[in-house]
Design a protein around this ligand. Structure first.
Ligand code: Q9C
Ligand code: ZN
Length: 370
């Protein structure tokens, strides 16, 4: 399977994040993508190529121009304001209740503020989303990776994988968040609808609900969004991801959320995956975008599922068995030692190749990976 990767992600070199007021070592770090790249190179069956540049238009087809401007300008603006920090992290967000009782027209007229901290809050969701000097370039390269994978599949590849970093599925039309800046999968899915005039499905198997992807396609009937994730009653992004969110207007019925309990193991997970795949099989379309996360793994530091490396091979196999062409894009997954083995297992499953774990990782064999 062909793999698209750009070293531009290395410049998004985040060191810390803030969780409930505490500064902790960042989870979403360059090592993640390098681990996956190294494992795929060692496999020998995954030729790696660079993305082609697609420019800003495909981003603007999905995102607010103000968000794009903010991401492009934020670091320089913070410097110009002498905000001498290793990264830009917002602390104040425009909670919808701040505007309670004020008309929608009045709310819509509230301006983006000028200062770096206020702007970061205006365009952000949470305090775990640090922006650094290289963020804009990396985020744009991740979009190019996703769009290049879409091009490969439109050009006849049955499946291809984009090693996107930073990830994308928490980024909404006008909002970054959850380690995400531009929504790589949504941008690719939208481009696919335009290129093929067919319906496109998105299967999101990151541990977290893809609130951004859901929001972008909420009123659209041409993109089906199906997500398996931790129940938002206990996990980020807390305020979306429930089973009763099914879309509105033209998008009514084109959103399927499957929230899962803490401790979810391989078998119940596969049953939930089958439910999601059945919903996709029920809708027309030839291309499936996969938002692929490995924070469902048993050792993930921020997840609470108990999946094994072996089950990722089966997940890839069942997903490919739908018979659709696959645009597979990397989202989360934070247990660095296992990321390479997990990605390799999923992708080999999707290709119909046997699991055959790599011996050197120390992770990935049944019995040692829980
Ligand atoms: N205490 C992705 O996997 N912080 N993003 C959660 C929970 C945000 C994860 C804090 C997690 C975002 C792409
Ligand atoms: Zn996640």
């Amino acid at each position: 399977m062909r793999v698209v990767y750009s070293p531009a992600h290395l410049a998004h070199d985040v060191v810390t994040e803030t969780v409930m007021g505490a500064v902790i070592p960042a989870n979403e770090v360059p090592e993640r993508a390098e681990r996956i790249r190294t494992a795929l190179e060692a496999d020998g069956g995954f030729p790696i190529e660079a993305p082609t540049e697609h420019g800003t238009d495909p981003i603007l087809a999905v995102h607010d121009p103000g968000l794009v401007r903010f991401i492009d300008e934020a670091w320089q603006a913070a410097r110009a304001q002498s905000l001498d920090r290793p990264n830009l992290i917002a602390d104040t967000f425009p909670n919808v209740r701040m505007f309670e009782g004020m008309s929608p027209e009045f709310q819509a007229g509230r301006p983006e503020t000028h200062g770096a901290a206020g702007r970061a809050g205006w365009w952000g969701l949470d305090t775990a989303n640090p922006l650094v000097a290289g963020t804009a370039g990396a985020a744009r390269a991740a979009v190019d990776v996703a769009l290049t994978v879409a091009d490969l599949v439109l050009g006849g590849e049955h499946a291809a994988y984009g090693l996107c970093r930073p990830p994308g599925h928490h980024a909404a039309r006008s909002m970054a968040g959850g380690y995400c800046f531009f929504n790589n999968a949504a941008i690719a899915a939208h481009a696919l609808t335009r290129a093929s005039a067919e319906r496109v499905a998105i299967l999101d198997v990151d541990y977290h609900h893809g609130n951004g992807t859901q929001q972008i396609f909420w009123r659209r009937g041409d993109v089906l969004y199906v997500s398996l994730h931790a129940d938002p009653d206990r996990q980020y992004p807390y305020f979306l991801g429930r089973a009763d969110e099914t879309g509105e207007g033209e998008g009514s019925g084109a959103n399927l959320n499957i929230p899962l309990p803490a401790g979810t193991t391989d078998d119940p997970y596969l049953a939930a995956l089958d439910r999601g795949l059945a919903a996709i099989a029920d809708t027309p379309g030839e291309v499936l975008v996969v938002s692929l996360g490995f924070d469902t793994y048993g050792h993930d530091p921020i997840g609470d599922f108990a999946l094994t490396t072996a089950v990722y091979h089966e997940c890839g196999r069942r997903t490919a068995a739908l018979g659709r062409r696959l645009v597979i894009l990397q989202e989360g997954g934070y247990h660095r030692p296992s990321l390479g083995a997990n990605a390799r297992a999923w992708l080999r499953g999707a290709e119909g190749r046997p699991y055959e774990p790599l011996p050197a990782t120390g992770f990935g064999e049944r019995g040692s990976d829980r």
